[in-house]
Structures are given as C-alpha cells and as structure tokens.
Design a protein around this ligand. Structure first.
Ligand code: NAD
Length: 268
C-alpha cells in the first residue's frame, strides 16, 4: 500500500487527486495526508467531507514535516512560491515528490534538481497522456521542418489560472526548440503588442487566452509558405490530470533518487 500525501489538498486539483486516491483506496493507494498553508479554510476538515462523500479519516493539516516523514510519495499542486519549501522537505526526508504545479522559474527548478539528488522527483507541466504524446510529436516535427516554418503556440485556460503562459505551452515551446536545436531563451516571443515589426526568423511565439471554464487547449502551428501544420490538444475534464498525477505517484514510489518526467511513466 503506497501512502500518498497531497500538498494543496483543498485546491481544485488537490481535491480531484484526493478523490482519485480514495476511489483507488482498495487497490494499493492510501490518502495518508492532505496539507494546506496555515490560513486555509480547510484546516481540520475531513477530506471526504470536503468532497461531499463519506468521511475518510484523513483531515487537512498544516504539518508538512509530518506528511513528508510519514508518506511514501507527496503530490504537489500548490503554487510556485510554495514549491521551494516542498522541494527542500523532499530532499531532507528523501521522499518521492510528484510536481504538477506550474509557473516554475529557475529557482524552483534548481530546488527540484537538488531534491532529486536524495529523492525521486517527477515534474510535469501536464500529466495527460495526450499532451505528452504531443510534446514528442512537436519535437520530431520541429526537427524535420526548418526555419521556413514559423512556430506559433496558442493556449487557452479558465479565468482562475494565475500563471501565463501555461507550463504546458512552455513545455511545448521547449520541445520545439529542442527539435530545432536552438535555445528557447533566444527564440521565445511570449507576447506581442503595438509596432512590433516583422516576425524575426526562428522565433517561437506563444499567445494566451484566459476566460470562462476552459480546462486547457493547446495548439502548435508550423506555418510555412503555402501550408500550415497544426497539432491540437483539448482537455475537457480536469480529472484527466488527477488520474495522471496518481499514476505518476504510484510509479514513482520506490524509484531511486533522480529527476523523472511523465514520459518515463508512460514509456514514450
Ligand atoms: P488552486 O488555487 O485551486 O489550488 C492550490 C492549492 O494550494 C490551494 O488549496 C492553496 O491553498 C494551496 N497552497 C497555496 N500555497 C500553499 C502552501 N504554501 N502550502 C500548502 N498549500 C498551499 O489551484 P489549482 O487549479 O488546483 O492548480 C494548482 C497548480 O496545478 C497550478 O500551478 C496549476 O497550473 C497546476 N496544474 C497542473 C496540471 C498538470 O497536469 N501538471 C493540471 C492542472 C493544474
């Protein structure tokens, strides 16, 4: 039985992950902890009660050390600000950490890399099978198509999303840059407004829509002269990501320290 702790357990994704673990409770997984920050409305509440199902005996706490000590795997769907502390705790306790939180910059990625020296760490901006296949296809297409094909990425998300562009859009841009053999830092054009001039050759553009309840759409276009190739992924249900996160946690438990991706879990 793998003991799983959810960091951000009362959040939108945290609740979905808890629901997914509780549904699997009979089969090798156990919701051992749900952790929140110390001002959360959910502290002390039974997770089952929060989900509107039978009490499960696991209440939301703020005890991060206890969760890292007692769980086999922690799943983090919080914020980039919170992640560094969680990476340090994974390092200190040698506990497996699955990170779905997006909006990560260099300090957060560096903290995860340090943690991965002592603990298995899996980070994925998108836990769905479809997007991970898309990442691989975009890398291959970018390797086959030269700079005559302009790469543009478009993403759309619900009105509550706090980071932009989405972690998935950036991961797609990274795959495109990797396929093309260029640095993303040099190629990325994240926003356009006003007299921006002609498109620089080799740019990888990313544009963003925010509104309504869009779960997550991503389109990667290779725009050549006389033709366009488009790769499109639409997520229609957020439980997709929760299922992927729990699958990743079950896979990661017991692995040696190291840095893993969703592609490792899915074998693609
Ligand atoms: P949310 O705001 O609903 O939930 C975040 C939760 O984290 C909240 O309950 C909040 O109280 C808690 N939290 C904040 N700071 C904390 C701290 N210091 N310690 C403990 N808990 C803390 O957000 P959400 O929609 O659930 O998304 C969470 C993250 O997951 C975002 O970064 C989002 O982009 C990402 N996400 C990733 C995927 C994926 O497949 N990788 C899919 C969907 C969302």
């Amino acid at each position: 039985m793998i003991k799983i702790g959810v960091l951000g357990g009362a959040g939108r994704m945290g609740q979905m992950i808890a629901r997914e673990i509780l549904a699997k409770q009979h089969a090798h997984a156990n919701l051992h902890a749900a952790v929140e920050h110390n001002k959360s409305w959910a502290i002390g509440k039974d997770v089952g009660g929060i989900l509107g199902i039978d009490p499960c005996g696991t209440c939301v706490t703020t005890s991060k050390h206890d969760a890292f000590k007692s769980c086999d795997v922690l799943i983090d769907f919080t914020t980039a600000d919170a992640l560094i502390e969680h990476a340090q705790l994974a390092h200190e306790h040698g506990r497996a950490l699955v990170v779905g939180t997006t909006g990560l910059g260099e300090p957060e990625m560096a903290a995860l890399k340090v943690a991965s020296q002592k603990a298995p760490v899996l980070q994925a901006a998108n836990m769905s099978l479809g997007v991970n296949i898309l990442l691989s296809m975009v890398e291959k297409a970018a390797a086959m198509l030269d700079q005559e094909y302009d790469i543009e990425i478009f993403e759309a998300h619900h009105r509550h999303k706090i980071d932009a562009p989405s972690g998935t859009a950036l991961a797609l841009a990274e795959s495109a840059a990797k396929g093309r053999g260029v640095s993303l830092d040099a190629a990325l054009v994240p926003a356009r407004y006003g007299q921006i001039g002609a498109r620089p050759p080799g740019a990888i553009g990313v544009s963003v829509f925010r509104g309504g309840d869009v779960v997550g759409d991503h389109t990667v276009t290779f725009a050549g002269t006389g033709e366009r190739i488009e790769f499109l992924h639409k997520a229609s249900d957020r439980s997709l990501f929760a299922k992927g996160a729990v699958r990743a946690a079950m896979w990661l438990g017991g692995k040696p320290p190291g840095f893993y991706s969703m592609r490792d879990v899915l074998g693609i």
